[in-house]
Design a protein around this ligand. Structure first.
Ligand code: PLP
Length: 383
């Protein structure tokens, strides 16, 4: 069955990004591939095997259901860490399968120990510390109790890691807050070490922290957005360029989202195009109808704003983006034919539609746009 649009994922681009990131962190820092949010929209099932082929052996997910999908789709063994949601009923499954998880509440710690004892295994946990993000983690006040509980159940619990997460390392605006988090983390770590609590790995850095605060790399970095070829923010990119001098972007984007011309139509000057009156033809025009609309994640806010690529040239979206189709202006593109490839996101010839140009400019846009790509668009691996 021919789908109205499809996503190509480039394996060589991923290999390029992994090689770059591993070189950047050096041989003594572990690389964990963050694949929450359906691998940032790339598809866990499609992304995980090529990540493994590219040399990734450690993955971080948000929830137990993502961990389960990942486990199913990995050809070889790998370390899997759940950073967020796992509830008590899933603990048994996780411990049985050697899935590691963040612990940020006493309840999780005692329950994990109980289940592990029952299974005759040790639960592999990462103790998450609250350092100022104010999301999850043991704060300074709760640490003593956590230590005591940990020591009581150490026979059933293996302290794989101690970690925290920064509240916005991609923006200079948060500079002081990130640094104070870093300092508090080290202080709390010292206290734990004094009491002979010694984890295997200390880890705090996401992509932006890895670039802008190299001291946060410690034993392992948890990298999401950059492995997909995008920068956490323009600021992080300028910072990298500033550090390195070389002005070429070392990252390559993996995603090309494509469709085809479904139909062509000529419209004479003065006619309105599509629903309502938001676009009136200023001249005689040729339109290409593209079978993608907001039900496929092509936002309605791109009405009269978005651009696509056809025959290596830009074509503007005219009128309102419909549920399943949109119209684009191909008046000035030669020889456009039905079935021609349409690129919604990514490259065609020497042109490209970037994620950032795709909608409103906001720092979180990269993340949000990617993770909103519907899961029912087929994803194919290409070289
Ligand atoms: C999402 C996330 C990361 C990765 O963030 P990127 O900016 O995509 O690199 C790392 N750690 C935690 C706890 C996260 O939630």
């Amino acid at each position: 069955m021919l789908h109205s649009s499809y996503i190509e994922i480039s394996k060589s681009a991923l290999q390029n990004n992994i090689n770059f990131l591993k070189k950047e962190i050096g041989p003594n820092v572990r690389f964990s591939s963050v694949i929450k949010g359906n691998a940032y929209g790339h598809g866990i099932e499609q992304f995980a095997p090529i990540a493994q082929e590219s040399g990734v052996d450690h993955f971080s997910v948000f929830s137990a259901d993502e961990a389960s999908r990942l486990l199913e789709s990995l050809p070889k063994a790998a370390t899997i860490v759940i950073m967020g949601y796992i509830d008590n009923p899933e603990l048994e499954w996780a411990i049985q399968n050697d899935i590691e998880f963040f612990v940020f509440e006493l309840d999780r710690l005692t329950e994990a120990a109980k289940v592990a004892m029952k299974l005759g295994k040790r639960a592999k946990i990462h103790l998450e510390l609250e350092t100022g993000m104010n999301r999850t983690g043991f704060d300074k006040g709760a640490l003593e109790q956590a230590e005591a509980t940990l020591q009581q159940c150490i026979a059933h619990v293996e302290l794989q890691g101690i970690c925290t997460h920064y509240a916005g390392a991609e923006s200079l605006q948060n500079h002081d807050r990130v640094l104070s988090q870093y300092r508090l983390f080290n202080k709390m770590l010292l206290q734990l070490r004094k009491n002979s609590i010694t984890p295997t790995q200390i880890h705090t850095a996401c992509s932006a922290a890895m670039v802008s605060y190299p001291e946060t790399r410690m034993d392992m970095v948890r990298i999401g957005i950059m492995q997909y070829g995008l920068w956490p923010s323009p600021e992080t990119y300028s910072q990298y360029i500033g550090q390195h001098g070389d002005k070429t972007d070392p990252l390559k984007r993996l995603i090309n989202w494509k469709s085809r011309v479904m139909s062509l139509k000529s419209v004479t000057q003065g006619n309105f195009i599509g629903y309502g009156t938001s676009y009136q033809a200023p001249r005689d025009m040729v339109l290409a109808v593209v079978p993608v609309g907001y039900s496929w994640g092509y936002s309605r806010s791109l009405s009269n704003q978005g651009q696509v690529l056809i025959r290596g040239q830009r074509a503007a979206v005219v009128g309102i983006v419909n549920m399943n189709v949109m119209m684009v202006d191909v008046t000035n593109i030669k020889d456009v034919q039905k079935h021609d490839e349409v690129v919604l996101l990514g490259k065609q010839k020497d042109q490209s539609i970037t994620v950032a140009s795709f909608g409103e400019l906001s720092t979180q846009l990269n993340y949000e746009l990617l993770t909103r790509l519907p899961t029912n668009i087929p994803r194919y691996i290409v070289d």
